[in-house]
Write a protein that binds this ligand. Structure first.
Ligand code: DX5
Ligand code: ZN
Length: 220
């Protein structure tokens, strides 16, 4: 199944509730929450406090927390306490990726690795059994509204092959520069969880979601 995973980063925060209500009405299941520390990436977004409030008001969303932070081990507990369902983090940000995965699993939550455009898939290979998600970054992390880096189609295809070869049912997530105009190509490359920020949270949010869902029908 292909799912839309709107990235809150692009939302007008003065209209947060209105926009989240629209997602809910449209049957969107996932919500992508980008946590940035101004260190691992040159930007700061929001953290556990905001996630907790969203969790409380919208228990139905699967909260997919993408941690773009150094030493994610320092913040994992508070992100889990806030109500995350999925945590993805960047392997470059910690000495012990596998230990973090174990910690997240010990709380009964899902865990994934997020790979920067230049990061090799190899870092997933030996821990594939423990991964619920591989997130392919199709932009350099830190900002919304960037252009899709075309070389990441190759990584998506290789990731899809790797998952198939190892009989893994991990989700293949793609994040950055995904829009209505390229989403079919991204799905054809193997992605099944589609993050989109600036192309969803604009003045036509309802019709944008409808158009994404219409495209997904061809695959689901
Ligand atoms: C970038 C974030 C993305 C971002 C995507 O660092 O991880 O989730 O919000 O935004 P768009 O879809 O606008 O590229
Ligand atoms: Zn993200």
């Amino acid at each position: 199944m292909i799912y839309l995973n709107p990235s809150l980063l692009a939302c007008n925060f003065f209209e947060l509730e209105k926009n989240l209500d629209i997602l809910k009405e449209k049957g969107v299941k996932y919500l992508h929450l980008d946590v940035m520390d101004g260190n691992f990436v040159p930007n700061i977004s929001f953290g556990p406090g905001v996630i907790k409030q969203i969790r409380k008001k919208y228990p139905e969303f699967i909260l997919d927390c993408h941690l773009m932070v150094d030493k994610p081990e320092n913040i994992i507990d508070s992100i889990l306490d806030a109500g995350a369902d999925i945590i993805t983090f960047h392997p470059e940000a910690t000495f012990h990726p596998h230990r973090i995965i174990q910690t997240v699993h010990s709380h009964g939550k899902k865990c994934g690795l997020a790979l920067n455009p230049s990061t090799s898939l190899e870092c997933c290979k030996y821990i594939l059994d423990d991964l619920d998600i591989i997130l392919i970054m199709s932009v350099n992390p830190g900002f919304g509204g960037q252009s899709f880096i075309e070389s990441q189609h190759l990584k998506l295809r290789e990731a899809r092959n790797m998952l198939d070869n190892y009989n893994s049912d991990a989700i293949l997530e793609v994040d950055g520069g995904v829009k209505l105009k390229n989403v079919e190509e991204v799905i054809n490359s193997g992605a099944d969880l589609i993050v989109s920020g600036s192309d969803v949270f604009n003045e036509n949010i309802e019709s944008q979601i409808d158009m994404y869902h219409e495209i997904f029908k061809k695959f689901n």
